[in-house]
Design a protein around this ligand. Structure first.
Ligand code: ADP
Length: 613
């Protein structure tokens, strides 16, 4: 519970003013509820022709103290009713009472609505804040985080767990605001009508609470497990959507379906258990509530039948109605008792992301890199994703401004890892990388990344217009600038063939374009950004010859007068590089210009021979 206070403080505090509205509305609805039910007494009196007392008008100012005043008020109401019956008859009086009941009930329900409506901005606000925090956290976390936490899991936390927290926070707010108000109001009425009966009632109530507590306890563990299985389910869906092409090509639908069946089966069992427990709660509390009513009915009935009854039969029925009304808020208390643990379980999972440590941040006193004027230096750099498996070992490399360096080597040699270190997607585990002599870790990430343009093997595009995809990352780019960049990137022509030109939406991840077109868009993006340093990660590897020619042309234009680090698959594309680095198992094994390396007759020559085959 203490933890929950913290969560409330964290997320509900900004919406504090709505809470007061809720308090006011709930007070009003409770008061009108009590009032409207009290009309039952005269109605019953009329129906059962109980009218043995002759009411006399009692002047209100003679009554002393609260109790007497209320007594006088009730007496005078009865007096008015008896006068009315004498003048207009019982039926007319009944009609009047019914009309009165309708009006007070209308006001009461309006207050109910008000109380619920006031909760809406809190609920929606809390959910939005949580999602926003999660999203910003995801944007801020380093790439390394996402190889461990699967994407589907993140999506599950963003959807399912946030909803869970929403329900749980709302039920807690209701528990803390609405129910105590109702309970206090109703309870005062009960006490006022008959303290003897109420004393007796109190003795029976704790039984109810105890039982509900037992059910709630086991629920948290089960729902945590259920949420984890939900994550697994979402992960598989995510994976499947990304890999549909391969699944179909390998006719693996059956395997995938069985795999999915297994995880949904588990999920079903787990949520089944949670739901059964929840389903049990309502009938059980209903039953216990009725038992309570029955016991009180017996006890109170005995009192009334006795000779000197402390209260009239109609008042007793009013008492029972209020007693029945008080059961609901009490039940809600217990409901909150199990939605809190459920919400806490989800909050824990959300907090795991929100509190994830971000090892790659700007250190205190980091300065901005002021342009790029000399060189990037790798000095005896080691790197590993997990400590037991070094990926880069003792890398020494100097990339001077204006020169092009190509990196070749078999798959898994560590080429992508090496270039990922330059924009600080990861930090080195040994040695250092410097930019113009300054350690990357002493510079702000924003300023380093601002110097770098990136063209990937798999161009990363967003479900947006062509214009926005090119202008992505360049603030305030104009149409002229975008068009100029597209022209250099050999993209202008195909863009103009699209119906809406630069305003064409390219679909999810650019699905509506061919591979070469996508690549040219991402080159246009890099051209527009106009960075001094360019990283090309096998930018033409996945293209056919014609697309490759168009893309290579675009790349050549982009690379001229820039410092380029290119990972190359086809050696033909890097013949003119100023330096070629040959990597094998995380080390640089050969380096030099194309001709030198061929003459050396080493590993590079072997690679070249294999490709010319
Ligand atoms: P290349 O680009 O030369 O094909 P990579 O740099 O992608 O090679 O990978 C080098 C090694 O690091 C490989 O053994 C690969 O399995 C491992 N590796 C790559 N990325 C990760 C990662 N995110 N987490 C753990 N290991 C990784």
């Amino acid at each position: 519970m203490r933890q929950f206070w913290k969560i409330l403080k964290r997320y509900v505090a900004p919406y504090g003013k709505y809470l007061w509205g809720s308090v006011a509305m709930n007070m009003l609805s409770a008061i009108f509820n009590i009032f409207s039910f009290s009309l039952i007494i005269p109605m019953l009196n009329i129906l059962f022709r109980i009218n043995d007392t002759d009411y006399m008008y009692m002047p209100m100012d003679q009554a002393q103290g609260m109790m007497e005043k209320i007594d006088a008020l009730a007496n005078n109401a009865n007096w008015m009713i008896s006068c009315f019956i004498e003048q207009h008859g019982a039926s007319m009086t009944l009609l009047l009472l019914c009309a009165f009941l309708s009006v007070t009930t209308l006001i009461k329900t309006a207050c109910y609505f008000g109380a619920a409506a006031v909760m809406v901005p809190i609920r929606t606000g809390v959910v939005k804040d949580l999602r926003m925090q999660l999203y910003d956290k995801i944007l801020g976390l380093p790439l390394g985080y996402f190889s461990q936490e699967r994407k589907g899991d993140l999506i599950a936390r963003m959807s399912g767990d946030v909803n869970e927290v929403e329900f749980s926070i709302i039920s807690v707010l209701e528990m803390l605001i609405k129910n105590p108000i109702l309970i206090v109001c109703y309870f005062s009425v009960l006490l006022f009508i008959s303290w003897e009966l109420t004393l007796f009632t109190i003795l029976v109530v704790p039984l109810l609470g105890w039982f509900m507590g037992v059910i709630g306890k086991t629920l948290k563990r089960s729902s945590l497990e259920a949420q984890e299985l939900w994550s697994d389910t979402m992960s598989q869906v995510e994976e499947t959507l990304g890999g549909l092409r391969v699944i179909k090509a390998f006719i693996a639908e059956g395997t995938m379906s069985r795999r999915f069946d297994r995880v949904t089966g588990d999920l079903r069992r787990k949520t089944g258990r949670v739901s059964t427990r929840q389903a049990l709660a309502h009938p059980m509390s209903e039953f216990l509530g009725t038992v309570l009513i029955a016991i009180v009915l017996w006890f109170g009935g005995t009192l009334i039948i006795s000779d000197n009854a402390p209260l009239s039969a109609s008042t007793f029925i009013y008492y029972m109605v209020i007693l029945y009304s008080i059961l609901n808020p009490i039940k809600d208390f217990s409901k909150a008792g199990y939605s809190i643990p459920k919400g806490m379980a989800s909050m824990e999972r959300i907090d795991k992301i929100l509190n994830a440590e971000n090892p790659i941040t700007d250190k205190a006193g980091a300065v901005d890199a002021e342009g790029f004027s000399d060189s990037i230096c790798f000095e005896n750099v080691d790197f590993s994703y997990d400590p037991s498996k070094p990926v880069l070992k003792g890398i020494d490399l100097k990339i001077e401004k204006g020169r092009s360096v190509a990196i070749v080597g078999e798959s898994g040699a560590g080429k992508s890892t090496l270039v990922d270190l330059i924009p600080r997607f990861y930090d080195v585990t040994g040695g250092r990388i410097s930019l113009d002599g300054k350690d990357l870790r002493d510079l702000t990430m924003k300023s380093i990344r601002g110097l770098i343009g990136y063209v990937n093997q798999e161009p990363i595009l967003f479900n947006d217009t062509i214009f926005n995809n090119i202008a992505f990352g360049t603030k305030g780019a104009t149409m002229e600038q975008v068009v100029a960049a597209a022209k250099i990137a050999n993209a202008h022509e195909f863009i103009m063939e699209k119906e809406e030109g630069y305003m064409t939406n390219i679909g999810d991840r650019g699905m509506k374009l061919s591979g070469g077109q996508r690549q040219r868009l991402s080159i246009a993006r890099a051209i527009l950004k106009n960075p001094p340093i360019l990283i090309l990660d096998e930018a033409t590897a996945s293209l056919d010859t014609e697309s490759e020619r168009l893309v290579q042309e675009a790349l050549d234009r982009l690379m001229s007068s820039r410092t380029t680090i290119a990972i190359a698959h086809r050696l033909s594309t890097i013949k003119n590089s100023d330096e070629i680095i040959v990597m094998q198992e995380g080390r640089i094994v050969e380096r030099g210009r194309h001709d030198e390396l061929v003459n050396k007759n080493g590993y590079y020559k072997k690679l070249e021979d294999m490709q010319s085959l």
